[in-house]
Design a protein around this ligand. Structure first.
Ligand SMILES: [Zn+2]
Length: 367
């Protein structure tokens, strides 16, 4: 079904009478308690809600993927939080997809990726390749237009790719556009040229304008998160392009530059469009802690930082070297549910089905 429709179209189409809508509704409706009584209250707590990390770089070896499962266990013990699913969108090719499902029951999903698109070369995948990978079960296509001067993501050679993605409903999974560029006195080493930064932002906007059916989850809040003014621009982008969404990967190290109330207001107002992502297994997840805790199985404290930012009003260390302070946002539970899993269920293929099969909606969750 997902080879022909975007997730949103699928849900709409399913409304015509397929049992799929009832199934999806069951995923989002009240749960049935062990004694058979229907619970009318929200069935999830912070400890039980599934958390889907849509942006990691965990690689493709079974050894490292096993570590992700170990990490899930230590998060349950140390943080009382359930990291239900991770997407791998690094350079690594997807492993054998049937074996992946057999081993992890959907807890690890893969994207295909092209990290060399920034050199102005044609995409490494043909439109037909994208359709073939979609059929094999990847959740999306990650690409990296890069950030150096002169990048033109809106050039004609990429049009057939975006056309095909629209046609088959393939999600643009965390494309990374430009790099953080602050205001005067706070330029970054990655992108110190604001005029070029904004030109590349506009080039990406051209793509969204030309491809209104392209479903996008831009990485890193589209790097419009390093000043209050940039956040206003992200509001404009989300309001203008209804198929645009953003993930949160790495953004906590820059969000200290945004007023806490402004950021909280933004997260609540756009809760349907923000997805949990971390950059886990890159050195940008939580840079200071990553140096101390490089192995995936040990990264529970890094996740705890993200959880504290979203769920509490604690003062947190932030910045590349933890040189700033950041205040937690204490977001309401319904906002957290959207960010942690409901948006991922709606936007990507396979997520809703896998979470349901894992028992998050009605059956006891397997440990
Ligand atoms: Zn990343």
């Amino acid at each position: 079904m997902t080879s022909q429709f975007t997730r949103r179209e699928f849900i709409r189409t399913a409304a015509a009478g397929s049992s799929a809508l009832a199934w999806l509704g069951a995923c989002q409706g009240p749960a049935t308690a062990a004694d058979g009584a229907v619970q009318t209250e929200n069935p999830f707590t912070l400890a039980t809600m599934p958390r889907v990390d849509v942006h990691t770089h965990i690689g493709n070896t079974w050894e490292v993927l096993d570590q992700v499962i170990e990490l899930r266990q230590s998060l349950k013990e140390q943080s009382q939080a359930d990291l239900a699913m991770c997407f791998s969108l690094g350079r690594a090719e997807p492993p054998d997809m049937a074996e992946l499902r057999r081993r992890y029951g959907g807890r690890i999903q893969f994207c295909i990726s092209d990290y060399d698109i920034q050199k102005g070369k044609p995409c490494r995948f043909s439109p037909q390749d994208l359709a073939d990978w979609q059929k094999r079960g990847v959740v999306g296509f990650k690409f990296y237009p890069g950030w150096q001067r002169g990048i033109q993501i809106d050039q004609a050679i990429y049009e057939p790719i975006f056309d095909k993605m629209e046609e088959i409903g393939m999600v643009a999974a965390s494309p990374h556009v430009t790099n953080p560029c602050g205001t005067f006195g706070r330029r970054t080493e990655w992108f110190s040229e604001p005029v070029e930064f904004w030109r590349q932002q506009r080039a990406w906007e051209n793509v969204l304008k030309k491809h209104p059916r392209l479903v996008v989850v831009n990485a890193h809040m589209l790097w419009l998160c390093y000043s209050d003014e940039q956040l206003d621009c992200l509001r404009y982008m989300l309001q203008t392009y209804p198929n645009l969404n953003v993930d949160l990967a790495t953004t906590p190290v820059f969000l200290h530059a945004v007023a806490r109330d402004n950021l909280r207001d933004f997260m609540i107002a756009h809760a349907d469009r923000i997805l949990f992502g971390t950059d886990m297994a890159s050195s940008w997840f939580v840079p200071v802690l990553d140096k101390r805790l490089p192995n995936i199985r040990d990264k529970a404290p890094q996740y705890q930082r993200y959880f504290d930012l979203l769920e509490t009003d604690k003062e947190l260390p932030s910045g590349i070297k933890d040189e700033h302070k950041l205040h937690g946002l204490a977001l309401p539970q319904e906002v957290l549910e959207k960010i942690y899993f409901r948006n991922a269920m709606r936007i990507y293929p396979h997520v809703a089905e896998a979470l349901a099969e894992l028992g998050y909606f009605g059956k006891k969750v397997s440990s």
